[in-house]
Every structure is written in structure tokens, then in C-alpha cells.
Design a protein around this ligand. Structure first.
Ligand code: COA
Length: 247
């Protein structure tokens, strides 16, 4: 399955566990994560925590992109879409602990978190355009809102990599810790929120997210439509093939 879910002391940990592929996300991993976010509605879950292994995630599995494009899969049927829609609707606080690489959705899912801590050597990238794709997860709206339109445009158009210090300075991260302390700090942040009054927590998250919920839903719909088209394009197909045959 490659997504490990465990709930302890009110914190549901969703861990991506496919280190041999740098936690590149498969359909099965998204499906398991989507189911977990659904189950997080239970009262016993007071906070969610996303973790990877040595790497957070190298983004969507590129072989899966190629297969989904070839199958002409309807975008709404893809588990990644179900996962993202569940995450947007999640009423519990969400923390992410990021180390190693966080590429594509490995970075864009952070825009839906309520606290993000990264190891000092974490590195980020949004290589949608270089892959013949377009942004997803509402990042065409949320990234400009979070880090400013100019910087967001550059990162989304160029796909250029950036480090933890830059991500922190731009407001994408809450904090940076030494790599070896990442998991402990991420767990502490999740535990801190899990211990607070759940109704006030839910109401506050609803207020924060409610402000632009309609605009976000519209942005995501537009992105999914454009993404579905791009995924099947010749530009994307040849970029996927280039990656898969690079050795
Ligand atoms: N999809 C499928 N496989 C992936 C992957 C992805 N997104 N990212 C990494 N892998 C695989 C590699 O093919 C390699 O597999 P192999 O050992 O069977 O050849 C393994 O994971 C290790 O990756 P590798 O590229 O050797 O590590 P690296 O440290 O040299 O580079 C990255 C790390 C993340 C920079 C590089 O793997 C990469 O660019 N990945 C693609 C990221 C991407 O474009 N994601 C989609 C975003 S929309």
C-alpha cells in the first residue's frame, strides 16, 4: 500500500512509505490517504500529521501519470482528486513534517496544512510546466496568496528548486529544525493542537478556510480540467518518457 496510517493519543499519522522511489505517490497511496482523511472525522482523531521517510515525496509517480493519460481516465475518478477534496474539507488541524525532497504534490499539499515544519536540508520544487502539466491542489490560487504573486508565478512557471530557508522566508513553512529533529518536532506540533478544545479548533479552522472556500473550489475545478487535458498531451507524454528512460 505504501501509506501507513496510525492513530495514537488523538493524532492520526499518515506516513508515505515508498522510500525506494523517494515516496513518489501512486494511486494506491492516494486512495489510502483519502480513506484515512475520511476516518479522521472520528472524534478520537484530534489532529492529522503527514510524514515521509528520508524524503517527504517526489510527487506523483510519473509512470502512473503516463498510465492515467493513456487510459483516458476521467480526472474526477483519480484517487488523487478524492484525496485532495477530502483534505480541503478536513475539519481537523493538519501538520506536515517535511524532509528530503518535496516535489509537486509533495509541496502543494503543504498549502492545505495548518503547520509545516521542515528539516534544514529539505528541498522543494513545482515542476509542472517542465513536465507539460499545470498546477494542482489549488496551488494556482493558494501559492500566490501565501508567498505573493510574483514569486509564485516564477516558481510555478520555471519549476525551479528552492530550499528550506527560502521556503521559510516566503511563508510556506512554519519552522525549520535540524534534520534529525524533524519527526519529534512535527509530532510535538500535532500533539499541541490535539490537546486543545476540539470544538473551538474546528470552528476556527472553518473560519480561516471559509473565507475563500468558494474561490478555492473553483480554482481546483479549473485546475483539474486543465490537468486532465495536459496529462494526455504530447508535451506531457514526451516529458514523462524522458524521465522514465533517463538512465
Ligand atoms: N515518479 C516515479 N519514480 C520516481 C519519481 C516519480 N515522481 N521520483 C523519483 N522516482 C524514482 C526514480 O526513478 C528512481 O527509481 P530507480 O531507482 O528505480 O531508478 C528512484 O525514485 C530514486 O530517484 P532518483 O531520481 O534516482 O533520485 P535523485 O536523488 O537523483 O533525484 C528527484 C530525486 C526527486 C530530484 C528526482 O527523482 C526527480 O526529479 N523526480 C521526479 C519528480 C517529479 O517531477 N515529480 C512529479 C511532480 S508533478
Amino acid at each position: 500500500m505504501s501509506t501507513i496510517v496510525e492513530t495514537k493519543d488523538g493524532v492520526m499519522t499518515i506516513r508515505f512509505d515508498r522510500q525506494e522511489k523517494k515516496n513518489a505517490m501512486t494511486a494506491a497511496m492516494y486512495a489510502a490517504a483519502a480513506d484515512a482523511v475520511d476516518r479522521a472525522a472520528d472524534d478520537e482523531v484530534r489532529a492529522l500529521l503527514f510524514l515521509g521517510r528520508e524524503d517527504f515525496s517526489a510527487g506523483n509517480d510519473i509512470a502512473d501519470f503516463l498510465a492515467a493519460g493513456a487510459m483516458q481516465a476521467a480526472i474526477e475518478d483519480l484517487p488523487v482528486v478524492r484525496f485532495l477534496r477530502r483534505l480541503v474539507a478536513c475539519e481537523k488541524p493538519v501538520i506536515a513534517g517535511v524532509n528530503g525532497v518535496a516535489v509537486g504534490i509533495g509541496t502543494t499539499l503543504l498549502l492545505h496544512c495548518d503547520g509545516v515544519v521542515a528539516g534544514a536540508s529539505a528541498r522543494f520544487a513545482l515542476p509542472f510546466v517542465p513536465l507539460g502539466l499545470v498546477p494542482e491542489a489549488g496551488s494556482s490560487m493558494l501559492l500566490p496568496l501565501t508567498i505573493g504573486r510574483n514569486r509564485a508565478s516564477w516558481l510555478l512557471l520555471s519549476g525551479e528548486r528552492f530550499g528550506a530557508d527560502e521556503a521559510r522566508a516566503m511563508g510556506l513553512l512554519s519552522e525549520i529544525v535540524p534534520d534529525g529533529e524533524l519527526e519529534e518536532r512535527a509530532r510535538a506540533m500535532a500533539a499541541q493542537l490535539a490537546a486543545l478544545p476540539p470544538n473551538a479548533m474546528r470552528a476556527t479552522k472553518r473560519l480561516i478556510r471559509g473565507v475563500d472556500a468558494g474561490a478555492l473550489a473553483a480554482a481546483m475545478d479549473a485546475e483539474f480540467a486543465a490537468f486532465g487535458e495536459a496529462m494526455r498531451s504530447e508535451e506531457a507524454r514526451s516529458a514523462f518518457m524522458r524521465f522514465l528512460s533517463r538512465r
